[in-house]
Write a protein that binds this ligand. Structure first.
Ligand code: SUG
Length: 415
């Protein structure tokens, strides 16, 4: 039985605000602030708990080893190394698993397996170093080769940021879908992190039917306004696309192409006059989880920042009063992640699969929820000042905390 499983990244014990992502306005605005890794990880866990309580299958990925000694060796780090580069080796950025890989479920692929291609994340040094450890984790979680094909990244000359720039529209998760790859045009003020070439390579490698694939250009104005990934301004689930009016370079052409291929598509467009692009990006209204509940109804899991915005709240209230496809709105507190530009949707990778084919050590249960919470409460640093990055005391605490989690989850292979 194929269902959508959300794999959230457990926020790592080195979570900090180093201001590393140019073009990600929240991350650069909070550079240098004190972070709270324990609170951050518990907020993430609470979101997972909430989604499980809705009756949904929930998975998770573990934080990667930090500081990353492989990277420190590669850059020949020494006592004079630039602090930002050093901080890159400490980043807990793998928590945003929407950037871990691009996923094409079995109904869409030529060999009828679910394909996952690890994202190379080459645009940002702190993210580029994620993929080897991410790939290892994907290979363990999805080791069942009859059902999954896990692949390494596309060549590093093309930037690929994974599922954050990929949407799937379909009548229901288990049926063939239209896969929409959204890329940015290079040359603007901020980097276009998803390159068209990378998207096309992934689509070919996954064996997608060219008739059920679209390549869509992101609106350069959206990147300029801080939408460094398309999932900051649009999200899709089954037959519904929920998008800001200014998300795509050619919105009408994009909607028409989607409707031509998925006749049942319902496109919910939020006009700029109701919620400006700046407000959408500040509040992360679109970085929501759009979920199909067991009842068949759709719910939108938004960050509290969106809930608290009068413009967003007004628009959502009107939407709920109407008879559109999204019937519930649920607000979650992921403020620690939000301050680095990561909302509810950044924190999860969607995989349509039969849960029985996934390594059960990556699937959340009541017992595992308690076990993970116990480890976080006991071992995750309460706070980190960016100046502490590089200290051996913090290094021991971070490595020890992660080690305790691997032990608790019986995943020694990731050590
Ligand atoms: O890649 N922030 C992440 C946020 C990723 C959000 N993911 C999605 N939109 N799917 C990024 O920009 C900030 C880290 C720092 O500055 O310390 C950071 O990496």
């Amino acid at each position: 039985m194929l269902v959508e499983i959300n794999f959230d990244g457990i926020v790592g014990p080195s979570h900090n605000y180093a201001g590393l992502s140019l073009g990600n306005l929240a991350a650069t605005a909070h550079a240098g602030e004190t972070s709270y890794p324990r609170a951050a990880a518990l907020q993430g866990l609470e979101k997972m708990r909430g989604n499980r309580a809705l009756g949904l299958t929930q998975g998770f990925f573990l934080p990667l080893p930090r500081p990353n000694h492989r990277f420190l060796t590669e850059i020949a780090a020494d006592g004079h190394t630039d602090h930002a580069l050093l901080a890159a080796a400490w980043s807990a950025s793998s928590m945003w698993t929407a950037n871990a890989a691009t996923v094409s479920p079995a109904p869409d692929t030529r060999d009828a397996r679910c394909h996952l291609t690890a994202a190379n994340l080459v645009t940002m040094p702190h993210r580029y170093q994620e993929w080897p450890d991410t790939l290892r984790q994907l290979q363990i979680a999805f080791a069942d080769a009859a059902h999954f094909k896990v692949s390494g990244p596309v060549p590093a000359c093309f930037g690929d940021e994974g599922a954050a720039n990929h949407m799937r529209l379909c009548a229901s998760h288990a049926e063939p879908g239209l896969e929409v790859f959204v890329y940015g045009r290079r040359g603007g003020r901020f980097p276009a992190r998803q390159h068209e070439e990378a998207s096309r390579i992934v689509a070919r490698a996954h064996g997608l039917d060219p008739a059920r694939v679209l390549f869509v250009e992101q609106n350069p104005a959206a990147i300029e306004a801080g939408a460094f990934h398309n999932d900051v301004v649009a999200v899709a689930n089954e037959r519904v696309l929920f998008t800001h009016e200014l998300a795509f370079a050619d919105p009408e052409g994009t909607y028409a192409a989607i409707r031509a291929k998925v006749p049942e598509a319902e496109i919910v467009v939020v006009p700029d006059s109701a919620v400006s692009l700046a407000e959408a990006i500040r509040t992360y209204l679109f970085n929501a989880q759009l979920l199909t509940l067991p009842s068949g109804e759709m719910a939108l899991v938004i960050p509290t920042e969106a809930q608290e915005s009068p413009a967003v709240r007004g628009w959502l209230d009107a939407m709920l009063a109407g008879n559109g496809p999204i019937r519930r709105v649920i607000a979650v507190d992921v403020k620690q992640s939000m301050a680095n530009g990561g909302g509810p949707a950044c924190l999860r990778l969607r995989v349509v699969a039969d849960p029985d084919t996934v390594d059960p050590r990556f699937l959340l249960t009541d017992a595992l929820e308690d076990r993970i919470a116990g480890v976080i409460e006991e071992w995750w640093p309460e706070h980190i000042d960016p100046g502490e990055l590089g200290s051996s005391g913090l290094e021991n605490d971070v490595a020890n905390a992660r080690g305790k989690l691997l032990e608790a989850l019986e995943l020694p292979e990731l050590g």
